[in-house]
Design a protein. Sequence first.
Length: 116
Amino acid sequence: MSSPDLASLTLDDFAPHLDTGFEIHLPDGRWVAATLVEAVTNGTAPPTRSLRGREGQDLTSRDGGGFTLQFVTPENSLPRQGIYHIKHPILGALDIFLVPHGPVAPRGYGYHAVFG
């Protein structure tokens, strides 16, 4: 399964996969089913001037601006926030930082991923 470059992914890459199944790999080796229930812009746009890092290096911003994803699992599966290996039959394999945010009635438990 291929792994797309996270820096090049946009909201348009995820939006067609709303309400489709993903799998999240847990540290104990189990895979948990998850559904992408939301993919929205988070209001961040690429800056109009160039960015510089701490050492003065040029930094680039995400093409298309920032976005947020929300996944829901049937149970409170993720032990804590962190980077999780996620699989999708079309998008492939991704390593995404997920943050638990609690129950999403009546579907299960929600986890956010923010791409800035």
